[in-house]
Structure formats: structure tokens, C-alpha cells
Ligand binder design. Structure first.
Ligand code: PGA
Length: 255
């Protein structure tokens, strides 16, 4: 049985002071919930403060991106070693990184291999655009993103990777995918993972749904057999909503 996983992607939101405020409230709200791995991903500059605030809690900390090189002349970038001092997780290949910052399957793969080396758990995002969705190319797109992004990863590390299916048309739009549609795509992704790493490893990998997840629609996603949690954007900035989503994941799997 896979442990449910809910991560909050704060994107470019919250100052250090605001991070402290939000995390204090989240700590109180999430404290009593069991059986679900929960992670917050604030901006880089807030990670040190968040690391201190979350010490001794069961809330994990993640970054939203990183570079694949360990160090050097890469102005404005952050390495896996720098993150490793503060966090256990890193989001890789988010569609906003692919769309606005030129990330490709190739750079996602380099970052993933760097995460493997550093022992950071990657949350790897895949998902089709609206045009690809409307052209019926979803399965093809997510399969090739998954294959290319995870190339060269060891089966041992693969079982720890978290994959997030995030249809681009559902991110920040308030138009979530239907749970049935998402389940179908998750099954495709798990089939690709089975081909890459074998059935046992593929069964251990958590596949999250992301895109306009709310405390209202979360339970429906979590009741699907291949949906193992959520990557939450907007709703992760609101205490009640995020706590609501994490508790739905608890309820859905009966833990
Ligand atoms: P959203 O974002 O929940 O605001 O749609 C999801 C994401 O980008 O991870």
C-alpha cells in the first residue's frame, strides 16, 4: 500500500515573515493527521526559516527547482547540495518552468539524476497542454515526458520518486480534470513506470494529481486507485484549504 502524499507548491508567494505565519498555522492544523506524507515547498529564500520552524514536526520541506550542477558559475541558480542542508524534496519540471524558463525533458532528466546523487526526493511533473489535450495526445505526451525525464534512474531510487500529473490546462484555472480522466492518465503513467522499472517498483511509486485541487474536489481524486495524493498550488496558501486536502487524503484511504 502506498502512503498518500500531499505537497503544497507555494510558487512565487510569501515573504519570510509570511512564511513563518503560514507555517505556524499549518503546524497546528496538520499536527493530528496521520498516514499521509505532507510537504510544503516555499520559495528558496524562505527555506532556511521554514527548515527551523518545521524541525521536529512531520511536515516535510521541499524546493521548487534546482540546477543540475553541484556548483560553479551559474548566476542565480541553486544546487542540490545547498538544498540538501535544508530540504528532503524538490519539485522538478513544473509546467511553469517548462513554459516560462525553457525547461525541457533533457534538463528535467539532468536535475533528476542530480537529485538521485544528492538523495533528494524529486516530485517530477508531467502534463499536456490544452492543445495537446484537445488533439487527443495526452497519453503520448505524458508517456514520453515520463520516459525522457526518468531516463537512467536506478530502480532503487525510482521507488522513492514522486510523479505529479498536472494537465497544464487545469493549473491555476479553477478547471480541474475530472477524477476519471486523471485516473486514466495515472494508469498510463504507471504502465510506463512498469515498463521502465518493473511492476514491483512501479507499484511503489506515488503518482499525484495537480491542477485546481481544492478541499472540495480532493476526495474524489484520492478515491481513484492510481491517484496517491496531490500537488496543490493556490489552495496550499490557505490554511483551511490545505489542511482540508491533507485530511481528505487520510479519509479516502481509510487510514
Ligand atoms: P493550482 O496549481 O493548484 O493552483 O492549480 C497546481 C500546481 O501548479 O502545482
Amino acid at each position: 500500500m502506498r502512503t498518500m502524499f500531499v505537497a503544497g507548491n507555494w510558487k512565487m508567494n510569501k515573504t519570510i515573515a509570511e512564511t513563518r505565519e503560514l507555517l505556524s498555522a499549518l503546524k497546528a492544523g496538520l499536527n493530528d493527521l496521520q498516514g499521509v506524507e505532507r510537504v510544503v515547498c516555499p520559495p528558496f529564500v524562505s527555506l532556511a526559516a521554514a527548515h527551523e520552524l518545521l524541525a521536529g514536526t512531520n511536515i516535510g520541506l521541499g524546493a521548487q527547482n534546482m540546477h543540475w550542477e553541484e556548483k560553479g558559475a551559474f548566476t542565480g541558480e541553486v544546487s542540490s547540495g545547498m538544498l540538501k542542508e535544508l530540504c528532503g524534496y524538490v519539485i522538478l519540471g513544473h509546467s511553469e518552468r517548462r513554459t516560462y524558463f525553457g525547461e525541457t525533458d533533457e534538463t528535467v532528466n539532468k536535475k533528476l539524476l542530480a537529485a538521485q546523487k544528492a538523495g533528494l526526493i524529486p516530485i517530477v511533473c508531467v502534463g499536456e497542454t490544452l492543445a495537446q489535450y484537445e488533439a487527443g495526445q495526452t497519453a503520448e505526451v505524458v508517456s514520453s515526458q515520463t520516459r525522457a525525464g526518468l531516463q537512467g534512474v536506478s530502480a532503487e531510487f525510482a521507488s522513492q520518486i514522486v510523479v505529479a500529473y498536472e494537465p497544464v490546462w487545469a493549473i491555476g484555472t479553477g478547471k480541474a480534470s475530472s477524477a476519471e480522466n486523471a485516473q486514466g492518465v495515472h494508469a498510463v503513467i504507471r504502465q510506463v513506470l512498469t515498463e521502465l522499472f518493473g511492476a514491483e517498483t512501479a507499484q511503489a511509486i506515488r503518482i499525484l494529481y495537480g491542477g485546481s485541487v481544492t478541499a472540495t474536489n480532493a476526495a474524489e481524486f484520492f478515491s481513484q486507485p492510481d491517484i496517491d495524493g496531490a500537488l496543490v498550488g493556490g489552495a496550499s496558501l490557505k490554511v483551511d484549504d490545505f489542511v482540508g486536502i491533507v485530511s481528505q487524503s487520510q479519509i479516502a484511504k481509510g487510514e
